[in-house]
Design a protein around this ligand. Structure first.
Ligand SMILES: Cc1cc2nc3c(=O)[nH]c(=O)nc-3n(C[C@H](O)[C@H](O)[C@H](O)COP(=O)(O)O)c2cc1C
Length: 377
């Protein structure tokens, strides 16, 4: 029997913002739990990692009607003057806290598969799903930053094996979320005995799974398991074809229909000149040592950043570390977002150098244009 379609799975999740048909293009924020967010730069900003500030941003996003907040899972920084991302809130407890102070927006945790035991993950996720009344999502990352994994006394696995670990991990987590009876697994990577977890999550059949695997193994994992899959859209001209190919693969191979999301680093101002000035300020304040460290780690340790690295400049890393920069006036930003939606993207996570000001300006100037275009209610 074929696996159920992700759209069928949406039944027990129809209350979720990401399945709200009124908003054709879902929107959320990314990286508001880590120091410097997506900007490897000391340029002036109101952004900081404090509970007060991250909570304010989540509530601001919720009040604007955005659909998700997605954190970064990070255990150490990348050095340089900023020690970029060196401060980070643990994502499960961050999501729990935000779940309590928001109403509609989905709160995600980003979980490093190799360092969180599946029984712990299943229970933490179920707990946040209850706190949020069924608004929790789990973004799964396999880990590519070796020094981070070495902190735990583990060694890095071969790239594709990380995704095989992920398969087994998620198999156990899903069973804990959905099965009534205790079960045992004696797998290649995990063995659990009489495993059980109560209460079950509120979402049926289980909380939304997100994944951003980009390599062939990562993309296949995403097609097989994710309800929301990320595709990095570098070149708008070829995006539609790549997105369609991913969707067809997911359907043909697994009879699944995940939503496809992408990311944007937004530098928006009332005039193009002002937007360029803002970008220039981020580049001028760039922490080049941290950017170089990050590029080096990515080059060595991830299986699929090669293409990005080949074209990337330090500047491109400083401004969003590889996320496409959406630069310009509200009209220009709107056009880019419409372009993504036309290419088959259902949602976009947004990064800003200054999230608070960026979100405010986005809410005042871009959201009305997206409403006019029929992409937002
Ligand atoms: C939106 C998004 C969020 C991600 N979050 C994290 C994260 O929090 N921690 C992490 O180590 N990697 C993160 N990644 C990296 C991916 O999980 C993945 O490793 C990367 O896209 C490379 O793909 P590959 O693992 O198939 O080589 C993220 C990527 C994207 C696009």
């Amino acid at each position: 029997m074929p696996a159920p379609l992700a759209t069928d799975l949406a039944e027990g999740r129809s209350h979720l913002a990401i399945y709200d048909d009124e908003n054709k293009l879902k929107l959320g924020t990314f990286a508001t739990n880590v120091s410097y967010g997506l900007s490897i730069s000391e340029a002036p900003t109101t952004y900081e990692v404090s509970w007060e500030h991250t909570r304010k941003l989540a509530r601001q996003s919720d009040a604007m009607g955005l659909d998700m907040v997605v954190p970064v899972s990070r255990w150490r920084g990348f050095g340089g003057a900023t020690n970029f991302n060196g401060e980070s809130f643990d994502t499960y407890t961050w999501a729990a806290g935000l779940a309590q102070v928001t109403e509609r927006i989905m709160v995600f945790a980003t979980s490093h598969v190799p360092v969180i035991h599946p029984i712990v993950a299943a229970k933490q996720a179920a707990t946040v799903d209850h706190i949020s009344n069924g608004r929790f999502g789990l973004n799964l990352v396999m880990g590519w930053f070796t020094p981070e994994l070495e902190m735990f006394g583990s060694s890095q696995r071969e790239h594709d094996e990380r995704y095989r670990v992920g398969d087994e991990w998620l198999h156990i987590v899903k069973r804990l979320w959905t099965e009534e009876d205790p079960f045992s697994v004696d797998g290649a990577f995990y063995s659990v005995k009489d495993a059980q977890s109560w209460p079950k999550p509120i979402q049926r059949p289980h909380p939304v799974i997100m994944n951003a695997g980009a390599s062939p193994a990562g993309s296949d994992f995403s097609a097989r398991h994710a309800d929301v899959s990320f595709i990095a859209v570098k070149d708008p001209a070829t995006a539609a074809e790549r997105i369609q190919r991913f969707k067809s693969d997911a359907f043909d191979k697994y009879h699944r229909n995940p939503l496809v999301f992408s990311g944007a680093y937004v530098v928006c101002a009332d005039t193009e000149e002002e937007a360029h000035d803002q970008l220039r300020s981020v580049v001028d304040g760039g922490d080049r040592e941290a950017a170089r460290n990050l590029m080096q780690v990515l080059g060595i340790q991830s299986g699929s950043f090669d293409e990005i690295l080949a074209q990337a400049t330090e500047d491109a890393f400083i401004t969003g570390w590889g996320t496409p920069v959406f630069l310009g006036t509200p009209e220009q930003i709107t056009d880019r977002l419409i372009g993504l939606e036309n290419a088959g993207i259902s949602g976009v996570t947004l990064g800003f150098h200054d999230y608070e000001r960026g979100l405010e300006h986005f809410g005042e100037s871009v959201l009305p244009l997206l409403r006019q275009a029929g992409l937002r209610a």
